[in-house]
Write a protein that binds this ligand. Sequence first.
Ligand SMILES: [Zn+2]
Length: 112
Amino acid sequence: MGKRKKSSRKPAPARIKVPLDTSFTCLFCHHEKSVTVRIDRKEGMAQLVCRVCDQRYQSKVNHLTEPIDIYSEWIDAADEAQKMGSTSAVRRPAASSSRPTPRAPSADDESD
Ligand SMILES: [Zn+2]
């Protein structure tokens, strides 16, 4: 009977908890990592905020939603908003009755 090395004690597995990336580059002010996403799974809501330009975005989440999902949603939403904005900027004025288009006098018809 020799000395027994106590080898049963395994070192804890080096499981490094990599924090999920929750900081992103802002679409509006282009600061890196200025956008943070907070997910409140209890509320089922996520809140995205840029601490530089104070852009905000809120969305619903489920148990699978990750901050990156909110971020890409935000990009889509911003993209959409921009499209909407540009369409409204070039929208044609509605044809109204106050159009200053001179019309040929109808009296001309009679003398034909
Ligand atoms: Zn920003």
